[in-house]
Design a protein around this ligand. Sequence first.
Ligand code: ANZ
Ligand code: ZN
Length: 850
Amino acid sequence: QERYNAATIEEKWQNRWDADETFKVTEDPAREKFYLLEMFPYPSGRIHMGHVRNYSIGDVVARFKRLQGFNVLHPMGWDAFGMPAENAAINHGIHPAKWTFENIASMKIQLKKMGLSYDWDRELATCDPAYYRWEQLVFLRMLEKGLAYKKSSSVNWCPSCQTVLANEQVEDGCCWRCDSEVVAKELEQWFFRITNYAQELLDETYNLPGWPEPVLIMQRNWIGRSIGCEIDFPIDGREQSIRVFTTRQDTLFGATFMSLAPEHPLALELTTADQRPLVEAFIAKVKKQDKLKRTSDDQEKEGVFTGSYCLNPVTGSKMPIFLANFVLMEYGTGAVMAVPTHDQRDFEFARKYRLPQVVVIQPEGETLDPETMEAAWTGPGIMVNSAESNGLANEEAKEKIAESLTQRGIGQKTVNYRLRDWGVSRQRYWGTPIPVIYCDHCGMVPVPEKDLPVVLPTDVAFTGEGGSPLAQSEAFVKTPCPVCGKVARRETDTFDTFVESSWYFARYACPKHDGGPLDANAVNYWLPVDQYIGGVEHAVMHLLYARFFTKVLRDLGLMKVGEPFTNLLTQGMVCMETRSCPEHGWLYPEEVVDGRCSRCQAETVLGRNEKMSKSKKNVIDPDHLITRYGADTARLFSLFAAPPEKDLEWNEQGVEGCFRFIGRVWRLIYENLGLIQGVDLPTTAEGPARDLRRVTHRTIKKVTEDIDGRFHFNTAIAAVMELVNAISAFEGKAEAPAVLREALETTVRLLTPFVPHVAEELWSCLGHGEGIESQGWPKWDENALIEDEISIVVQVNGKVRGKVTVPADAAEDTIRQAALSEANVARFIAELTVRKVILVPGRLVNIVVS
Ligand code: ANZ
Ligand code: ZN
């Protein structure tokens, strides 16, 4: 076979790898393991270019590590629960399970066509009861430990999806999925106590050098640790006091009023009769406001006076108590001591309601006056109006005031986290049922372990109305109480799908284990994941939940490690230009012919370059790409066009170029087969052969270093392209077939992780019976790297005038002589006097003349 036919060889090698179980792995304590994982896909129906890129990147690393001799775990599975399946059921009457499994089947075919080196024996789908039963078990253990609990809370509710959203799923007050406006709703919900782990989750962000810094920063901000004080403010005329949380106890002497969250338990109790109508109206109004909006800077600061007062514990002055929309009950204590001179929100609030202001921090070189201030002073300064703290720097006053409050028993230092417990209840069908039962006699009863899994019923109707379909399935809901046997009701909420993706990476270690969630041996051998690869959009939610869940599994004694992912690579997006027709709107690339709309012939308009998405129709179907050019070209292009962490811009010429390169390597091998037949590999070489050998070994070194931990695949591929150029230009083919053979074999071996099918094919064509996967990664020979001649630039008065070639170990004098006698240089210095010759070893000679 002489012509490169991608389809034939790709099918051939994919079948061979399957039959030989090339990528199947087992725990082998004698070998060093490497666990490589790409974020598993949601089975939406078809793979897209983002998947192609993600999995190509992962496959390079997996194959490279395997060739280096590691025992590589590289699994694939399906994040199979979630709303699209349920929406398909509502809109098209297909059962979510059917829809999901059909999608999995077709996407699996697509993935297989890419030649990815997965151990398919470990495939899992999270909607499989054999998977989620163990999640239910972990939940029961968490329940015992108090790590899962139920409470009534105000939740983010999407009226269109009819479900609760996690805070992270609300974007600018709208649903992350459907963009409908999110409203607040009071519901009994299940929570995971992630806040128990806030400090550990934060501390360990400083211990993850293999993660991108921006991701760590996002996690730290999300956890949001603040150090401050809780301080009690006595209520005027009562025995009770109100506790506030502040990070600025240094401003205590400037606190002139109090702001409570409208949900604060004392809000109505403190309201006087005459203020009642106003207060009630205000509370009703704020209830409708979205929480995230309430605290945003540009939200109008609104409040209402309760009619009551409290006392500033250090100045004794009366402070009116307000309710304010920007104070949230969920943070701190739900009460804020307001310091209008040093907090901008309080400043605006005080101006609006004409409240007193006292400056307590003077910035250096300025004298602030409440009458003329135009904004709060939030910077540092010297304390004033603050009794014994006067004259101190405000940072010192923070300490001093905290101490004195502690001594007097009216306050103490505290740490607060912005992180909230993880609300995991969803009023949805297509998710893991939460295994508890409600009995009128016994209360809430956990489903006994022996009765797991609680399986989703199949007799449900998907109407899209009236909440969860589960609640309408009598066969599911009605169940005997495990304690007293009387008729009881099952919980009908299911888990947030982020629960499944919080531990799938551990289950891959033992996907068929049926003695529990995890097989200790397997999981402790494989985990942590050595390299995790996925989209940066998961920087907070998924990655934080997975870290939390890992710690829970550790504390339940199910595995040893506490951090799941040692190294994280966040890949960039795949982008493409957008095109629109004035008549027909956005157009698919195939609807544009010579810049015109294929339907109406109108001139199309070139839009912005954006992330490929169906909504803008700027998408390329990986299937077309693979059918037309082959998987190797699709892979090569996604690796060559941009470094993994950067956005990749689609361009057809780039794909063509990659295809042509593969063809070129193919021909080069075939053309030279006759010359190198039966020839052994060289150990040394002379003349031009020595030069080619140097390029060969230099390329091995470069490609190895570019791949290993750096992911510079594009420059690695470019280096192989240069090697191919050098081979083509090599004139000593007939005289030095051994060196030629080494160069050709090296090319094929270095290309293996990128274009594995063509590499395997060419390898066997070079006469090797064993697959290239068993060859190991090539090593470079340091001796071959040594340059015997180097070329040195010659400058005259700083300007380049020539170049000389000298032996690599030439003495300084020899170099100086060679430089001075170079023809062009000699011309420039002919009439002048040489004052100085400066030598930069190995690089340059500068001759100073006058
Ligand atoms: C007095 C004060 C004076 C404040 C000052 C700031 C500046 P971080 O850093 O985010 O933790 N706060 C406390 N609880 C709140 C709640 N439930 N809703 C809204 N705001 C709340 O912010 C802590 C600061 O946010 C606290 O410090 C409090 O205002 C406010 F010159 O107390 B400060
Ligand atoms: Zn009972």
